[in-house]
Design a protein around this ligand. Structure first.
Ligand code: G1P
Ligand code: ZN
Length: 544
């Protein structure tokens, strides 16, 4: 077996988006497409030569093939050792944990998160560094730049290795350890949370719960943690077998795509607690009986109650939220005297704040919450956090959230997504709106005065790096906000996201339907951006 040097030419579309490089599977299957990107990583992270690399993915179509290619390239590039999840399976937070636990040089995660999978679906790849977190903006840019001038890559001509047993083998001289995908992570969770209290809650007569793994990566994790370790009845975990096409579903835990789970929470016999996770296990949705917890509220509740959880019992340093996430967590931080930060969308912006201990908890409106335990958002961690909270407070999900609103105010929140619109039109819409922003400040719109209107720019408080063009914000004196942003994860045309928030401090007005409360703000947003006129759409693709 020998190392081969293969001549190649660049692909012009390898700039990673919000979270790694995501494209159609068919694009990744083009000769040299995956190889070019992987070699660009090796070229820009020289420590990988002689270093240790974790590799795993969410089990979607092309996962196994990609792992074999990356292993052959790793050995040809002089990687000292690789750690791979059995069957090629590792959730995104599990990779982050393994990197930290075994102090490796980094990890390669194969996932397109919540995007559909299968031969016609999406595939993705990203690199996480030695802190366990996604590569920084500057490293991501450097990897992209490298991919644009790449001329050759290194690969061994060795054959495939079996990924299906736990063992250590060798690939062209490089040791490869195939490890259990779940054990390290499950053990870690049992150190962070009070498993005895959660076990007692689950065993309580009358308590019922359901967990939806959406035929994606968390199936084996959820079964081991909830059914085996915490004693939940068999069948608590729904759709628990990871499938290459997620059973034809869309593994995104929201009210639309996890409808089967939501149904289980409805009516008098609805379960007391329900949760779903996404394709690669970093997102979560939490529900109570007849009650949905918005991800922004979930983060705020976690901040307010953190000291009730063993891992955070000595207090937390602060919280960060992505800019479009509601300001609910800010209100808690202010009251408790904690640091609070507003960052651009995407988990990579939380890493430095976590490393510097400026924050302990962080989250996004897009069903992501996490803490300093890893450097990714973590779906099952969030589920365990909530179960631990229910056990300690001995209240229902709804009671906990309503009492939170009473103390801190309710941030009504909704997001409209317009998917697969023409890229040129999307750019035009943003450009036109950007021009009108300065004139809006100080004017009254829909009865509220605009206090700021800008294109969000972020200066990292740790390393001073600046990220601009991170979304258009319109903020009102009463705390309401309208935000417009183009998605950085879509693989077809452009996706316009419109985020809307309205704050209600009076308990008497906290019982209304979100859609009703948000209607005037939605109408205003549609008019300001001329969404109907420009896109020809009379309704969004998804409302969350
Ligand atoms: C979306 C979410 C963002 C999240 C990312 C990765 O990115 O909005 O919060 O970090 O997926 O899960 P977007 O498509 O908006 O760029
Ligand atoms: Zn994900």
């Amino acid at each position: 077996m020998t190392q081969q040097k293969i001549t190649t030419t660049p692909f012009d579309d390898q700039r990673p988006g919000t979270s790694g490089l995501r494209k159609r599977v068919t694009r990744f299957q083009l000769p040299n497409y995956l190889e070019n990107f992987v070699q660009s990583i090796f070229n820009k992270v020289p420590a990988l030569t002689g270093g240790v690399l974790v590799i795993g993915g969410d089990g979607r179509y092309y996962n196994r093939e990609a792992i074999q290619i990356i292993l052959r390239m790793a050995t040809a590039n002089g990687v000292a050792r690789c750690i791979v999840g059995r069957g090629g399976i590792l959730s995104t937070p599990a990779v982050s944990h393994l990197i930290r636990k075994y102090k490796t040089t980094g990890g390669i995660i194969l996932s397109a998160s919540h995007n559909p999978g299968g031969p016609d679906g999406d595939f993705g790849i990203k690199f996480n560094g030695d802190n366990g977190g996604p590569a920084s903006e500057s490293l991501t840019e450097a990897i992209f730049a490298e991919s644009q001038t790449i001329k050759e890559y290194l690969i061994s001509d060795a054959g495939d290795i079996s990924l299906d047993e736990e063992y250590t083998t060798e690939l062209d001289g490089m040791p490869v350890a195939i490890i259990d995908s779940v054990d390290d992570y499950a053990e870690f969770m049992s150190q962070l949370f009070d498993f005895d209290a959660i076990r007692a809650l689950i065993a309580k007569p009358g308590f019922s719960m359901a967990i939806d793994s959406m035929h994606a990566v968390t199936g084996p994790y959820a079964k081991q943690i909830f059914e085996e370790m915490l004693g939940a009845p068999e069948g608590t975990v729904m759709n628990g077998i990871p499938l290459e096409d997620f059973g034809g579903g869309h593994p995104d835990p929201n009210l639309v795509y996890a409808a089967e789970l939501v149904e289980k929470t409805r009516g008098d016999n609805g379960v007391d607690f329900a949760a779903a996770t996404d394709g690669d296990g970093d997102r979560n949705m939490v529900l109570g009986k007849n009650f949905f917890v918005t991800p922004s509220d979930s983060l705020a509740v976690m901040v307010a109650n953190a000291t009730l959880i063993p891992a955070y019992k000595n207090g937390i340093s602060g919280v960060a939220r992505s800019m479009p996430t509601s300001q609910a967590a800010d209100a808690v931080a202010e009251k408790l005297g904690l640091n609070s930060y507003e960052t651009p969308t995407g988990w990579k912006f939380f890493g430095l704040l976590l490393d510097a201990d400026k924050i302990t908890l962080c989250g996004e409106e897009s069903f992501g919450t996490g803490s300093n335990h890893v450097r990714e958002k973590d779906g099952l961690w969030a589920v365990l956090f909530w179960l631990n909270l229910l056990a300690v407070r001995n209240e229902s999900v709804e009671e906990i959230v309503r009492s939170h609103w009473k103390t801190y105010g309710r941030n009504y929140y909704t997001r409209y997504d317009y998917e697969a619109i023409d890229k040129g039109i999307a750019d035009q819409l943003i450009a036109q709106l950007t021009q009108t922003l300065p004139q809006l400040v100080g004017t009254e719109l829909g009865g509220n005065r605009v206090s700021y209107a800008d294109n969000f720019s972020y200066t990292d408080p740790v390393d001073g790096s600046v990220s601009s063009n991170q979304g258009l914000r319109i903020g009102f004196e009463n705390g309401a906000r309208i935000i417009f942003r183009l998605s950085g994860t879509g693989t077809e045309g452009a996706t316009l996201r419109v985020y809307l928030e309205k704050i209600e401090r009076d308990e008497a007005n906290q019982q209304a339907e979100t859609a009703e409360v948000m209607k005037p703000l939605v109408d205003l947003a549609l008019e300001l951006a001329q969404i109907g006129e420009l896109t020809g759409r009379d309704a969004p693709t998804v409302i969350t």
